[in-house]
Design a binder for this molecule. Sequence first.
Ligand code: MG
Length: 325
Amino acid sequence: MFDRKGLPQSVTVYEVGPRDGLQNESVFLSTHQKAALIRHLVDAGLPAIEVASFVRPDLVPALADGEKLLAELAPLLTKHRMSALVPNQKGLDRALKAGVREIAVFASATEAFAKANLHNSVAGSLENYTPVIKQARGAGLAVRGYISMCFGDPWEGNVAPKKVVDVAERLFADGITELSLGDTIGVATPGQVVDLLSELGARGIARSQLAVHFHDTYGQALSNTLTALQEGITTVDSSIGGLGGCPFAKSATGNLATEDLVWQLHGLGIVTGIDFQKLLNVSRWLRDETGLAIRSKTAIALMDGARKIDSGESNTEENNRMVER
Ligand code: MG
């Protein structure tokens, strides 16, 4: 029998599709479609959603409508955990004005990615974030930090855990409330996940403050996730339909798909608060209404077939909403 020792009873699924996902897709959604997607995700029980970005509109045209979108979502912002990406002071000003309660800042573990994506050095970008994080915290906002390229980098190869931990320490010292560890190009394997989490723990960073953000480029996302869960991680990032990718990775494979993640979690009897059938309805809606390609293997297997939906060992009240179609 599978040993559940070490696995958490519940996991927070952090949905990044509307921001991280859509930013890297060639299909553009209207503001109204984005708002509808986010409402559907909330209705399916997703507890935390990254909804918008306040980067320069000309740099990321797919997400140029942040203000308009948040105005549409205004009634939800106080009731649900919804975050917006903020690259600098100007972005924070916009986020505050829009009524956001949580922001996200993006750091890099490697100099090459910092240069390519942030147009700065690792240290320089962290310096720029310090006043932004402090002001946001002062205004009562939660701040989620991300570190990109935590395991491997297309220019620098394998990334030493120490590099990641140094950046993590600095972000926590500035006041972030949660840190998401990004395998931006999807190359990590489970042993690396254990090594990085151990190194973070050795420097006093608690598992409860950490999240993992895996990409499935090399087919490792779910293996890495299970390993992270066994190591005590309880927040996992994923993207509906596996939307997204990384412009710096050769393969365009996207984020870990929310449907695949939830299938695994419910199969393990882990509570998520998510209604799996409703989640699948969101995948179908996304495909039919927007033309976006759904890359979740679970969704592809179940969306149109008349198959019984049963994730195996799911038996908790909260998760046991899977129905026969
Ligand atoms: Mg991602």
